[in-house]
Design a protein around this ligand. Structure first.
Ligand code: CA
Length: 225
């Protein structure tokens, strides 16, 4: 587990709390290096303080989400930021407000890990496979010829089948920079992705549009044409 927290007393409290539960915490006290650390060490969970001396947690979270769906809990001191967290949909899975009780942190971590295990187990083997180092995707064993953006889109949705992601979350997943693009960009990439999956499978359509919210990918009951 990675804990990113610049206040030493809080960092120690968090580390001691999760270590007592059998987790193996690593602590970083600044934002610099966090993204690389996550890339190298693939932690099971990230606890990320929003207010760090050198970088803000939003940017770090977004950068992590560009390549990873690691369960991530944002820790924030200010209530108004908590509201923004929800609104910005930057990809945090949960948030905790300071001051917090260690027991609350543990409960959130356990709940997140349970969900993470659920989506791994729910994924029927062999329907969708993603090789994230080679940017290769296979649908029922057939290679999909995807653009990098389509791959990242499928990756974001495929990591959590059944979970709805908003267009904003999908945009964050497919573009690492802050370019200004319309939400409709996501719709057109989804349309292309849908066609490629259908073409290679004789009409499978695992991509569901959820009105007013976004998209989800269902691997269980794949609709067929
Ligand atoms: Ca802080």
């Amino acid at each position: 587990m990675l804990i990113v927290e610049d206040e030493p007393s809080l960092a120690t409290l968090l580390a001691d709390t999760v270590a007592a539960e059998g987790y193996d915490p690593s602590v970083l006290a600044e934002g610099r290096g966090v993204v690389d650390w996550v890339r190298r060490n693939t932690p099971a969970v990230v606890l990320l303080d929003l207010n760090l001396p050198d970088q803000d947690g939003f940017g770090i979270c977004r950068d992590i989400r560009a390549f990873s769906n690691v369960p991530l809990i944002m820790i924030t001191a200010r209530v108004e930021e908590m509201d923004r967290l929800r609104g910005l949909e930057i990809g945090a899975d949960d948030y905790i407000c300071k001051p917090f009780r260690p027991r609350e942190v543990l409960a959130r971590v356990r709940a997140l890990l349970r969900r993470a295990v659920d989506w791994r187990e729910d994924r029927p083997a062999g329907v969708l496979s993603l090789d994230e180092t080679r940017f290769e995707a296979h649908w029922k064993g057939v290679a999909l010829d995807l653009t990098p953006v389509e791959f990242r889109l499928l990756q974001a949705l495929g990591h959590r089948p059944g979970r709805v992601l908003s267009r904003a979350q999908l945009l964050d997943a497919i573009y690492a920079d802050d370019r200004v693009v319309s939400d409709r960009t996501v719709d057109s990439h989804i349309k292309n992705l849908r066609k490629k999956i259908a073409d290679c499978s004789g009409g499978d359509d695992p991509l569901w549009s959820v009105y007013g919210v976004g998209y989800k990918l269902e691997l269980g009951g794949v609709r067929s044409a």
